[in-house]
Design a protein. Sequence first.
Length: 546
Amino acid sequence: MKYSGFHISTLSLGASLTALLVIASSSMLLTSQVNAGSPPTVIAQIPASATVIYVNPVIGQDSSSAGITPEAPYKTITFALSQAKSNTVIKLAPGTYTKDTGETFPLLLKLGVILVGNESIKGQGTVIIGGGHYISRTFARQDITILAENTTIAGITVTNPNQRGTAVWVESSSPTIKNNTFTDSIRDGVFVTGTGNPKIENNLFIKNRGNGISITKYAQGEIRNNSFEDTGFGLAIGGSSTPLVEGNQILQNQDGIFISESAKPILRKNVIQNNRRDGIVATIDALPNLGTNDNPGSNLIRNNTRYDLNNSTKVNRIVAIGNDFDQKRIFGAVDFVAATVNPPTGGGTTGSTGFQDVPTGYWAKAYIEALASQNIIAGFPDGTFKPNDPVTRAQFATIITKALAPPSRRTAIRFNDVNSNFWAYGAIQSAYQSQFVAGYPDGTFKPQQQIPRVQALVALANGLNLTANNESILSFYTDAAQIPNYAMGSVAAATVRQLVVNYPTVKLLDPNREATRAEIAAFVYQALVTIGRAQPTPSPYVVTAQ
């Protein structure tokens, strides 16, 4: 079920705490492998001026004479909090802290109090279990384990097994929450509301029944380098919140990130994979920031069961620049751009930043970088362009719509296999209305079909209304007999106007082979030259037969 745009799972508790810690341990090993190359764990520094008090649920005593040394600690966190003042560190010994050991929940952390267990193993073995009623100023009555003011929570494991239980509640405050494990809470690992602005870093969220983190109202905050595994939603982001979500591993949840209401999170450098339904969901009026030209998203969002990106909003188009998606798993209105290069300098055609697999001397380098500098075509977050990869009909429609901004010359039609929520729906409609592309007799467009070279040339010639006096020029090609009858006039026109670029053999058209990304870049650039919107680029592979 759902509440206020967030998800609550109704799964039963399942394994015992011991089993859960074993699962968490093995998951952490997996996560550490996935996170290879991530920033190392940063342990919270205890201020030199801070007072340190110690808590141990096994040997401790809650008395005024205790708490000063690890050998004579307090017994409960509750009592330690009653003694702590600002700039106090409460150091927890390994053990289990529950109602049965004397704790009173919720634990209300005071301003400037640091609660620390063992950060190096994300709090394994330093376990707080329980919850109690808290009246939220913005979200009514809740059941929470810890209320975090402007505090630090580091190196503990927290579970709230109560109905609708949340481990840590952040209410219009700015705590630091780092190097912890949040596991098996019935609702959320962390809930952020009001004007909360936390830093939540390097934590493990695993097997929480609702969400790893929920963020709502007007909250902001930085959510960095955490792992979310086997939850309802890895993150649920709603209200008018605008958090930064960066560098997280979001794996094997029901949905990776669920964004609702009018939330506008900024998503950067996350790995969102193998979730059981969708990688990212946007609904109602949500508008996630998935990258800009100046700040690409660099998210890896693949191998999710249904969609990598599901835009189910009412009217919003999502712009996704500089991410790695499977375009076959995008639903809804999405302007998909993989990555960009810098604009050309000094009036040239080559961008000042190139692609690592398009080296100096590559036959199509000038075409690729000229179009990429105008965001007509794009590369991938790893710095490659993949020039030899094929191009689908949907991708081709998108490229020519961006490059040529064609005027409408006929009424749009509805293709049987292009839903209005398909990521390239608008581009396909525009390309059809401008007569650059057409459908098939059965009413389909076949958007995922890889486009042959001849289709691309016919599309450009027809869309630009190019004609040839006769077809004799086609004798230039040694394989002219392979040109389909329907295409002969258009290919002749494209040849006359020097749209055709043949590499490596200029006389070999190879019309029925699937066009590569490099070849489409060359054809489209030559089309821009033909209509006076680009300067000619010298190339021995441009067909200049007369």
